[in-house]
Design a protein around this ligand. Structure first.
Ligand SMILES: [Zn+2]
Length: 506
């Protein structure tokens, strides 16, 4: 066994040990005392609160001076820190090879937790068996695996001709997946059959806007959600939707169509584009609002493309790059990375695309469309680091006119609304009695400065508390030295049993 594998096993053992000594699944009450509450039920802070958690639920909230704390409760002393709901990455992807420490130096499930992401929604698993993420979910719920709450789609409906759309939908449903994902290359006919089959099973649908179908068609068929803001971009391009092209030729055709329509050499291209398409954009937002169709943001993909293309040094300087899957940086250095290849020779169009996506995002926000915080993390190959990308996405929303509160709504309140539509249980996203105990303790007021969430003092996921020192331990990159350290920490943790549970922010 390699030392990295050994290290991973040790970390898993350590974390499980801590659980058994914590409140997991027990009837023990955990009390957060003297916290400033960020309930996310409205834009406000409630000072000096105590929050009681039992099992996976919040059972009481009240003034720290008056709320009774049960005698044997474990106390987490807040000392004026801020307690906010955990965040959801509503568009990401799991991979079966996350389990391989030779590929992923730290298990991405840990990276999400360490960044305050307590819910993830898997927009297509990579690897087999198809339902590995559902197994992970079960293990997390049983307390034998560490991670956020997982919602997942199963086998992707990718390109036509589909052999058996109804059969695939039925299989996904029977395996227990929460929603169906549809992709760009489906014909009108296949799209129709797949969505109809999902509707018959009451299975939620989200996805790209297939080029053959278009936004109007997607809404008419009743697809529940759009997977990216950038999907709306194709609405502005004149192209023949009835063309039958193999998947790899579509994007070339679309870029050609775009260049025919707009003059890429013009220095005022973006302004011209916006002026010409104002009415079209208004039509899009009206359609989405009328149909109440939510849209995932995933703006960080564009943002990182700009870094990779135009500020490679800044991209390479990011501290979270140490969590990249093995081989990624080498591919990037060789100039063979996905977006380097896709944008080669059309760099200015890639830059323009980000500009237009931002313009669309602002308009969706102004129109009150239900937006979902999502980062497309987890696939590897794009330079997006699981967990860490959530902070970039929040920053981008604020750069584009969202208040910090509005940005947080996309990853809390709105996420819960959509999970409710998807599964019937969206009891998270706010701090209220009866809601899941998915919480982040942060030093500063996040409604003033979202960057405080990058350094959580602790994270609670479904009632399990991960103090900062444990989170740090979980995401330590294994070296021979830290393996030994980890053994020591585990021995220490076992010795003290983490029994005091008392925690004061430094
Ligand atoms: Zn995706």
């Amino acid at each position: 066994m390699g030392f990295r594998k050994l290290f991973l096993l040790l970390i898993a053992a350590l974390v499980t040990t801590l659980f058994s000594s914590c409140n997991q699944g027990s009837e023990e009450v955990v009390a957060f005392t003297n916290v400033n509450l960020v309930p996310m039920t409205s834009e406000r802070i409630i000072e000096n609160q105590t929050v009681l958690v039992k099992g996976s639920k919040i059972i009481a909230i009240g003034d720290s001076d008056t709320l009774q704390i049960p005698e044997n409760a474990k106390i987490i002393e807040g000392n004026g820190a801020y307690l906010m709901p955990g965040l959801a990455d509503m568009h990401m992807h799991t991979r079966a090879d996350w389990e391989d420490p030779e590929i992923w130096p730290v298990h991405p499930l840990y990276l999400y937790l360490a960044n305050g992401v307590t819910t993830i929604r898997d927009f297509t698993p990579y690897g087999s068996p198809l339902d590995y993420a559902l197994k992970w979910r079960e293990e997390i719920s049983e307390g034998i695996r560490v991670g956020p709450t997982i919602y997942a789609s199963g086998k992707l409906l990718y390109a036509s001709p589909l052999e058996d759309p109804e059969g695939t939908v039925q299989m996904n449903y029977e395996l227990g997946f929460d929603f169906l994902k549809l992709y760009s290359y489906l014909s009108k006919d296949d799209f129709h059959h797949a969505v109809a089959a999902a509707k018959a099973l009451d299975l939620y649908t989200s996805g790209h806007i297939p080029y053959s179908v278009g936004l109007e068609g997607v809404i008419a068929e009743g697809m529940d959600e759009i997977a990216h803001v950038e999907e709306l971009l194709f609405e502005f391009i004149d192209f023949d939707r009835d063309r039958q092209l193999p998947p790899e030729e579509w994007i070339v055709y679309l870029i050609e169509s775009f260049i025919l329509q707009f003059d890429p050499s013009s220095s005022t291209l973006q302004t011209d584009f916006e002026m010409e398409n104002l009415a079209m954009l208004a039509g899009i937002t009206t359609r989405l609002r009328t149909a109440q169709v939510p849209v995932c943001t995933t703006m960080v993909v564009d943002d990182i493309i700009q870094l990779k293309l135009f500020h490679a040094d800044a991209f390479l300087d990011r501290p979270e790059n140490k969590f990249f899957e093995s081989g990624y940086l080498e591919i990037f250095q060789r100039g063979e990375e996905k977006h380097q290849v896709q944008c080669r020779g059309v760099e200015s169009i890639c830059a323009l695309k980000y500009g237009i996506d931002r313009w669309v995002l602002k308009s969706l926000h102004d129109a009150g469309i239900l937006l979902l915080l999502g980062t497309d993390s987890g696939t590897g190959g794009m330079g997006i680091v699981p967990g860490y990308s959530i902070h970039d996405e929040l920053r981008i929303l604020v750069e584009n006119g969202f208040s910090p509160y509005e940005a947080l709504v996309t990853g809390t309140v709105n996420a819960a609304i959509v999970v409710e539509r998807m599964t019937g249980d969206g009891d998270f996203g706010t701090i209220e009695v009866g809601k899941h105990a998915d919480l982040i303790l942060v030093r500063e007021n996040p409604l003033e400065d979202l960057t405080t969430i990058k350094e959580p003092l602790g994270v609670m996921a479904m009632g399990r508390w991960y103090p900062k020192d444990l989170l740090d331990q979980m995401i330590q990159i294994p070296t021979l030295e830290t393996s030994t350290q980890s053994i020591k920490t585990m021995e220490l943790a076992q010795a003290i049993g983490y029994s005091s549970f008392r925690f004061s922010p430094p």
